[in-house]
Every structure is written in C-alpha cells, then in structure tokens.
Design a protein around this ligand. Structure first.
Ligand SMILES: C[S@@+](CC[C@H](N)C(=O)[O-])C[C@H]1O[C@@H](n2cnc3c(N)ncnc32)[C@H](O)[C@@H]1O
Ligand code: SF4
Length: 297
C-alpha cells in the first residue's frame, strides 16, 4: 500500500520550482486552464482558492513563519482524488476517473484500483473529496474520522447515485459539510449523459442531505446533449431549494462541446437569465450570454 508523504511533498524539487516561479511572477504550466478562464473574464478556480484562502490569512502567516524557522509544516487544505472507483460511465469522463469506463474499454488501471493512505492533519480546515465516486471510496471515511477540527469544511463532489451509511454517519459529526452534486440534466437527460445513473436515487439522496442540514451545490457540465435542456434542470433545483448552481464547459472531445450543437434554441437559454439562481452567479450569466450569441431563433 502506498503512503503519500504529504509533509515532505511540500519540499520536492517540483514544488519548490513551482513556488519560485510564482514568486517570480512566471506562469505555471499546470495552471493553464485557470489562466485561460481568466482571459475569458471568468473567475478561475485559482482565483476562487485565493479568495477563500484570504479568510485564513492568520493561519497562512503562521505557516510561513514556522517554515522560515525551520519547523516541519503540515497541510491544512486537502484536495483528494484517491481512486477512480466509480459506478457510472459519464459520456465526457475518462478511464482515469472512472473504473467503470476503464472496465468497459478493457483498460487496466491498477495504479488507481487501490486507495492510498493519507497522513491527514487532524487540524485540517478544508477537505475536498472527489474521485471516482467519493461515496464508493472507503478510505475517505477513515480520513474524515481522523480530523479533530469539527469546523473543518468538508466538500464531497458526488454523482449522487450512492451513499454509504458509514461515511454519512462520520460526516454528520461535522458542522460545515457541503455536497457538490453533479447533475447534467433533469431525469432522462441526466441519464443520457451520466450512463448507468438513476434519477430516483439521486432525488432521494438529495433529500437525505437536506435533512442533515448540509449545504447543497449543483454542478453541471454544459455540453452538446444538455444545452437545450437546462430549463427543466433549473426548475428542479428551484423546487428542491438548491440555490447554488455552477456550470462549466466540457473539456476534451470536441463533439461533446455545446458549440458542436448547430441548433441551440434561444428560447431554451434566454429565460434562464431571469432566474434568481442564475442572476446571483455572474460567471453563469456570462456563460449563458455567450451561448446566446450562438443560438438560432
Ligand atoms: C470526475 S468527477 C468525480 C466526482 C463524481 N464522480 C462526480 O461525477 O461528481 C468531478 C467532476 O468532473 C466533471 N467532469 C467529468 N468529465 C468532465 C469533462 N470532460 N469536462 C469537464 N468536467 C468534467 C464531472 O461532471 C464532475 O462534476
Ligand atoms: S460519476 Fe464522476 S467519476 Fe464517475 S464517470 Fe461520471 S464524472 Fe466520471
């Protein structure tokens, strides 16, 4: 079993070079996607993380002081994608992220089939769990259990089709849990894109999370197959009182891009701009306005 040395990971040549390049105001290749988003006047993940980190500037300064004084410092903020274990075969996803896609293609991904151990900091302040499907990755429950800071923000990016009781019970001990559920359409449109998914289970699980008082964020990958079907999804989110909706454009295979749909209907996009859910999200409004310029009648 591989043990990830998170502490020493800070001081590999690669990370030292990245930090130095940042200090020298040089662009980092791994951040290209964010730079491109910023050029399109979108708020990138990089900018969102910097904004979020500002709330913890005292912690950041004390970490810098400890590092300069020669103490070993531990991470406080984790983004964990430990395995590609997943029950779905979404059209836009890849074998690296989904064991079901890997299996259907006859691809062996042994490096992702085990779940590495993580020496997590019990005082962590943010944990982002993705995959694969986080509710199918057993190691995540062990990791959450090791966190003593019950105010730690825990974000679970899930396909919504499965929950496991042990992980739910462990999450219940935390005060700041956010479920980011990936929904690419309402009901049959979601099933068309998210192959093997079952809408009734997703709907039921959303109710379970709501009952626990967790915040719910819906995330949609805008693409060819859902570009004319966003209104029923938005109506569903409003009905479920889900007031945080983000949409991102599909990456990869151009045939999946919304731009490859030659009959985007104006009447399927325009009404979205008036919804409170959309009005409060500048990035989503900007994307929809850009899509409108491609729309026919
Ligand atoms: C890889 S999934 C892992 C978490 C979980 N299985 C889920 O679907 O939410 C993380 C996010 O990446 C998105 N995603 C998958 N393939 C994508 C692609 N080609 N372009 C953009 N986002 C993609 C998914 O829709 C999901 O919101
Ligand atoms: S559920 Fe998530 S990880 Fe699984 S195939 Fe879909 S996008 Fe990929």
């Amino acid at each position: 079993m591989e043990v990830i040395e998170t502490q020493s990971g800070y001081n590999t040549d690669k990370y030292r070079e990245i930090r130095q390049n940042m200090l020298d105001n040089k662009k980092i290749t791994a951040c290209t996607y964010c730079y491109e988003a910023e050029e399109k006047k979108e708020i990138s993940e990089r900018q969102k993380s910097l904004r979020d980190m500002k709330q913890h500037s005292d912690l950041l300064l004390s970490q810098i002081k400890d590092h300069e004084a020669g103490f070993k410092i531990k991470p406080y903020w984790y983004d964990l994608r430990l395995s590609n274990n997943c029950n779905l075969r979404c059209k836009m996803c890849s074998p690296d992220n989904s064991s079901s896609i890997a299996k259907s293609l006859g691809i062996d991904k042994p490096h992702l089939l085990h779940e590495p151990e993580i020496d997590v900091n019990p005082a962590a302040i943010r944990l982002y769990l993705s995959g694969g499907e986080p509710f199918m990755i057993k190691r995540f429950t062990d990791i959450i259990e090791k966190i003593e800071n019950k105010n730690c923000e825990i974000i679970v990016n899930t396909n919504g089709t499965v929950v496991n009781k042990k992980m739910l019970d462990t999450l219940t001990k935390f005060q700041n849990v956010c479920i980011t559920v990936s929904l690419d359409g309402y009901d049959d449109i979601n099933a068309k894109i998210r192959l093997d998914s079952d809408w009734a289970s997703i709907d039921k699980n959303i109710d379970v999370w709501k009952e626990k008082g967790w915040s719910i964020h819906a995330q949609t990958v805008v693409q060819n197959d859902n570009i004319n079907h966003l209104i029923p999804l938005a109506n569903y989110l409003e009905k479920k009182s889900i007031s945080h909706w983000t949409c991102q454009e599909v990456l990869g295979d151009e045939s999946l891009h919304w731009q490859s749909n030659s009959s985007i209907k104006k009447y399927q996009i325009l009404p979205l701009l008036d919804l409170p859910l959309v009005k409060k999200n500048m990035q989503l409004s900007a994307l929809l306005k850009r899509i409108l310029t491609y729309a026919v009648a």
